[in-house]
Design a protein around this ligand. Structure first.
Ligand SMILES: [Zn+2]
Length: 412
């Protein structure tokens, strides 16, 4: 792919592609068609996702309306209670939450949701955006109720500007109303395969869905273009010499809903995962600003190898061991050595999960360089007589997997 072709894919797809929507499916079909153009067959694999269509949501503070969106999967109905801002969910704060509608900072992750439900909160408010941005966008979010064992409390999301107003106004009474239809929606992974000499695979992943307000150019159509470029490089190399490892692309759906596509993929293909030598995941590359990073969920030697290899290639990288919040994690959790690559810019330059994730944050020359580096790196493994990476996960990575996937709490 040249820069023009990369740019075309990014601009063609620069619109929302939310989990379980028609746009997400169109994007899946579009990416399958791009694989076929490279002479590689692709198929869609569907999986179910619990979701909700919110038809009504309101938030009243002492009788006046505050613009909001209702959380998917938080149930339907209305609740009235006292307002409480909880910037930290420590024991002292949670002791105050009983019978109240609580506002928390940031995302309401697995344990925070369980904690406020356990504490007896009757509803919750989150916020996003930035008090200084001109927009008044409000993302629409979904509850991840896994740990709360189906217990639901009503929740809404507001803009950061209104969140600050609410805290300053300290309203006596808050009322939340949400109406929605909850159901199992359909999302898709796109799987494309370039077989090798053996029946073993290097699996390249990148998610193609976006959040509700985001054109999702950097996060993560850039990664999709990345693995397409790597597939093209592998296909080209295999014309001269049959490659030992097959290359399998998995464009994951519903990543933004909690890595649901990659979780569905590893569940559906569990029996074959022993034949996956390595997972290389891309989540956000090719931004004009920012540093290139690698997060390795595998034995430490792979971190060292990436560091050495990068220096030999004259490539600037920050490589570390750990768990990345992306589709490499479900693979690592099933014992597949996995690495996520990304080019990470500061929030002053590029923000994700909102209207600002556009072509403007991208640099086509940088994207091309990132893909060249990644293709050369991947080809070292794809063409090697054996994959040197062992399959024993270090204990600290296992611990981080338990924490990230909500099986264990982080040490406080
Ligand atoms: Zn992403």
């Amino acid at each position: 792919m040249n820069k023009k072709q990369m740019k075309k894919i990014l601009t063609d797809m620069a619109h929302t592609r939310v989990s379980c929507t028609a746009q997400e499916k169109e994007a899946a079909e579009y990416l399958a068609a791009r694989c076929e153009e490279l002479g590689v067959k692709a198929r869609l694999e569907s999986f179910g996702v619990e979701t909700g269509d919110v038809s009504f949501a309101s938030l009243k503070a002492d009788g006046s309306d505050v613009p909001c969106t209702g959380y998917k999967l938080c149930g339907s109905g209305s609740v009235k209670a006292q307002f409480l801002y909880l910037p930290h969910l420590d024991k002292a704060s949670l002791a105050e939450a009983k019978g109240k509608i609580v506002m928390v900072d940031g995302y309401l992750g697995l344990f925070p949701y369980k904690d406020i439900v356990d504490a007896g909160a009757l509803g919750f408010i989150t916020y996003d955006g930035n008090v200084r941005y001109a927009d008044r966008d409000i993302d629409s979010r979904a509850v991840r109720a896994d740990l709360a064992e189906g217990r639901k409390i009503l929740g809404v999301n507001v803009n950061a500007k209104d969140a600050a107003k609410l805290v300053k106004a300290a309203p006596k009474e808050i009322e939340i109303r949400v109406e929605q239809k909850e159901y199992t929606g359909e999302s898709h992974n796109v799987v494309a395969e370039l077989p090798g000499e053996s029946d073993e695979w290097i699996v390249l992943t990148a998610h193609y869905d976006s959040t509700p307000l985001s054109p999702g150019v950097w996060d993560n159509m850039s990664g999709c273009v990345g693995i397409l470029g790597m597939l093209e490089a592998a296909a080209k190399a295999s014309r001269d010499k049959k490659l030992r490892y097959g290359v399998r692309l998995v464009f994951c759906g519903s990543e933004e809903r909690g890595l649901l596509g990659s979780k569905a993929y590893v569940a559906a293909h569990e029996a074959e995962l022993g034949k996956v030598a390595l997972n290389i995941n891309l989540d956000m590359i090719g931004s004009a600003m920012g540093k290139f990073i690698a997060v390795v969920s595998a034995e430490k030697q792979l971190v060292d190898f990436i560091k050495y290899y990068s220096v030999l290639e004259g490539w600037s990288i920050e490589a570390r061991s750990g768990v990345y919040s992306s589709d490499s994690t479900p693979f690592a959790d099933k014992g597949v050595p996995a690495v996520s690559f990304a080019r990470i810019a500061t929030a002053n330059q590029a923000t994700i999960h909102g209207r600002y994730d556009t072509m403007e944050v991208m640099s086509m020359p940088q994207l091309e360089k990132d893909i060249d580096f990644l293709s050369a790196f991947a080809l070292r493994f794809i063409g090697a007589p054996a994959c040197p990476v062992g399959r024993e996960m270090p204990d600290d990575v296992k611990k981080q997997l338990d924490e990230y996937l909500g099986r264990k709490r982080k040490d406080q």
